[in-house]
Write a protein of this length. Structure first.
Length: 555
C-alpha cells in the first residue's frame, strides 16, 4: 500500500484507525491541509474550532487528546531545546502525565498474577485507594509482614500493548512527515521516535527500575546525605515494583530557610557528583522525585530512567564548564561539538563568534546578580539549534535535569550562587590532578593544555598510518621550495633543532603533569619533587631558548 493512500476500507482497523483518529485531531486543530497531504483525511476536512492559538499550544492540545503515549512523547521532546524552538519546548513542558485510577480489584489481580502468591501473603496491609495514578501505573501504600511501610507500583492493565501500537503509529507518521513535509526533515523525527520507543519500553519494565535504584544506591553508598529507598524483590517483577516508603516531604514543600539553604547547597553538590564523578545521574529530578528527610538527607524517587554518560561525554562536559569559567569561546565551541554533531556543514568561525557573544552576555548578567548556569547551557542549545548541531540524547536530558535542580535550589535559597558552587566543586574535582592554588582560570588553562596534548596524541596513530601509506606508494611527504638565500641544509638543520627543542620541553611539561597527577615520589610542601624539578627545568630551557633566539634574530 502506498503511504499516501491510508483512507479506505482498511482505515478503520488497527493502526489505520489510529491514524484516522490523528487526522481528525489534526483537522480540528487547524492542520487539515497537512492531513490531506499525508493521505490521512479527505479533502475539505473540518478546520480549527474555537479561538486562535499558537502552533505550539495547538500541538500540546493535540498530544493531550491523543492519549498517554503521545503525552509522554511530547514530554520527551520538551527536553530537546537543541532541536525545537523555545516556544514549542515551553508549551510541551506543560504536559502532565496524569490518568484516571483503575479498580483495586485489577491491581490485586495483576499483583497475584505477577508473583504467583495471594496478596495477603505479600503484604500485611494494602490500601486499595491509590495514592497516585499516571499513564503507565498507579501507586498504593502497603505494609510488609515485619511492619515496613512500602509503596506498590502496579502497571496499568493493557498499557504495554497500547504503547506498542502507538509506537508503530508514530513510526509510520514520522516516515510520512519526513517524506511529504520537507520543512520537518531537519527535526529528524524518525530518530526521535526510535529514542522514545527505547526509553518508554525501558520504563515499562519495573524490574529494570528496581535495578536502576540499586545501582544508584551503590554509587552513592559513601554519601551520607543521600537515601535511596530499598527494593523488595520478592514483590517486584516487570509489572510490579515494591519499594521502601521513605519519610519526608517534597523539596518544594520546605518553608524553613534555615533548613532549605543548606539542603540547596547539598543537593547541587550531589547532582554535580552524579554527573562528573559517577557518570550516572537522576534523569528527572523534579520536586515530586526529590524529598527532604527529617534528618536533612535527600531522598530520590522514580528510577524509571537513569541518565548515563560515556567517559568521553563526561570529559567534554567537564571541559565545557571549565571553558565557561575561562571565558574561552573557542574551547566552549569545541567541547559542545564533542557532545553531539553537526547535521549540516558547520561555519565554525560563525559558531565561535556566537559563543563569544553568549559568554559576554552571560558574564555581564552575572555581574548584575544573575548566576544561572542552566541559562547559559540553554543559550548554548539555542545556538546549537541555529547552527544545526544536535546533542546526544543523554546530554540533552542532563541539561534539562540540571535546569530542574537549579530551579529547586533557587526555590530553597533564592541567593544561591550556582556559578560559585561549581567553581568550588571544580577545585575539589581537579585537586588530585592540578594545584587548587592556581585558581579557576589557571586550572582551566592547564586543563586545556593537557587536553590538547591528549587530542594530538590520539590523532598521531592516524597521521602515522597516512604517512606510512604515502611512503609505501612512493609518494613524497611534502614539497620543498627554497626561495631565500643561504644554504638549504643550514635552514633545515636550524628548523629541525628548533622542533626537537620544542618537543623536549613539551615532553618534560607533560611528564611533570603526569607525575603531579599521580603524586609519585617524594613530596615538598605536598607537591611531588619530580614534578617541581620537571617544571623548573622546562621553564629554564624555555627561557634559554628564547634568549638564544632573540640574540640570533631568528625567533
Amino acid at each position: 500500500m502506498n503511504d499516501r493512500t491510508l483512507i479506505g476500507d482498511e482505515a478503520e482497523s488497527g493502526e489505520f484507525a489510529r491514524l484516522a483518529a490523528i487526522a481528525r485531531v489534526a483537522a480540528a486543530k487547524g492542520w487539515g491541509h497537512y492531513a490531506e497531504r499525508l493521505g490521512l483525511a479527505k479533502p475539505g476536512a473540518a478546520e480549527e474550532r474555537g479561538p486562535p492559538r499558537s502552533d505550539a499550544a495547538r500541538l500540546r492540545e493535540a498530544l493531550e487528546e491523543l492519549g498517554p503515549t503521545f503525552v509522554k512523547f511530547g514530554q520527551m521532546l520538551s527536553v530537546r531545546s537543541d532541536v525545537f524552538s523555545d516556544e514549542i519546548v515551553a508549551e510541551l513542558a506543560k504536559l502532565q502525565d496524569a490518568a484516571a485510577t483503575f479498580p483495586a480489584a485489577e491491581a490485586r489481580r495483576i499483583i497475584e498474577e505477577e508473583t504467583g502468591k495471594p496478596l495477603a501473603e505479600l503484604y500485611a496491609s494494602f490500601d486499595e485507594s491509590p495514592m497516585a495514578a499516571a499513564s503507565v501505573a498507579q501507586v498504593h501504600c502497603a505494609t510488609l509482614a515485619d511492619g515496613t511501610p512500602v509503596i506498590v507500583k502496579v502497571q496499568r492493565p493493557g498499557i504495554a500493548a497500547t504503547v506498542e501500537g502507538d509506537i508503530a503509529v508514530l513510526r509510520r507518521l514520522a516516515r510520512l512527515l519526513d517524506t511529504l513535509v520537507p520543512a520537518l526533515r531537519s527535526f529528524n523525527l524518525r530518530d526521535l521516535v526510535e529514542e522514545f520507543a527505547e526509553t518508554l519500553r525501558g520504563e515499562l519494565d519495573f524490574s529494570r527500575e528496581g535495578r536502576n535504584a540499586e545501582r544508584f544506591a551503590a554509587l552513592n553508598r559513601g554519601e551520607a546525605a543521600v537515601l535511596v529507598p530499598k527494593v523488595f524483590w520478592e514483590a517486584t517483577t516487570r509489572r510490579l515494583l515494591t519499594m521502601e516508603h521513605s519519610p519526608g516531604h517534597r523539596v518544594d514543600a520546605e518553608a524553613d530557610p534555615a533548613r532549605g539553604a543548606p539542603f540547596a547547597a547539598r543537593l547541587m553538590r550531589l547532582y554535580l557528583t552524579q554527573v562528573f564523578e559517577h557518570g550516572v545521574f537522576h534523569a528527572d529530578p523534579h520536586p515530586g522525585n526529590v524529598f527532604m528527610l527529617p534528618d536533612g538527607r535527600a531522598c530520590f524517587h522514580d528510577f524509571g530512567a537513569l541518565g548515563e554518560l560515556s567517559p568521553r561525554v563526561q570529559e567534554s562536559l567537564r571541559e565545557l564548564f571549565l571553558a565557561v569559567m575561562a571565558r574561552d569561546a573557542s574551547w566552549v565551541a569545541s567541547t559542545y561539538l564533542a557532545m553531539g554533531g553537526a547535521t549540516r556543514e558547520l561555519d565554525r568561525a560563525a559558531f565561535v563568534r556566537d559563543m563569544e557573544a553568549s559568554l559576554d552576555r552571560y558574564y555581564r548578567d552575572a555581574g548584575a546578580g544573575s548566576q544561572s548556569l542552566s541559562a547559559i547551557l540553554h543559550e548554548f542549545m539555542k545556538l546549537g539549534r541555529r547552527h544545526h548541531i544536535r546533542l546526544l540524547r543523554e546530554t540533552a536530558l542532563l541539561m534539562r535535569g540540571f535546569a530542574e535542580v537549579e530551579s529547586l535550589v533557587h526555590a530553597l535559597d533564592p541567593e544561591f550562587d550556582t556559578l560559585q558552587a561549581f567553581r568550588a566543586y571544580s577545585g575539589q574535582l581537579l585537586k588530585h590532578a592540578f594545584l587548587p592554588e592556581l585558581g579557576a582560570a589557571r586550572i582551566a588553562g592547564l586543563y586545556r593544555f593537557v587536553s590538547a596534548v591528549r587530542e594530538v596524541a590520539g590523532e598521531a596513530p592516524v597521521a602515522a598510518r597516512r604517512i606510512l601509506g604515502r611512503l609505501e606508494r612512493g609518494e613524497p611527504l611534502f614539497e620543498i621550495r627554497h626561495q631565500s638565500g643561504g644554504s638549504l641544509e643550514r635552514h633545515l638543520l636550524h628548523a629541525s633543532n628548533r622542533l626537537a627543542f620544542a618537543l623536549i620541553i613539551a615532553s618534560i611539561v607533560v611528564g611533570s603533569a603526569i607525575v603531579l597527577s599521580a603524586h609519585a615520589g617524594p613530596h615538598v610542601e605536598g607537591i611531588p619533587l619530580l614534578a617541581i624539578i620537571g617544571f623548573v627545568a622546562a621553564g629554564a630551557l624555555g627561557v634559554a631558548w628564547a634568549v638564544i633566539a632573540l640574540r640570533s634574530g631568528k625567533l
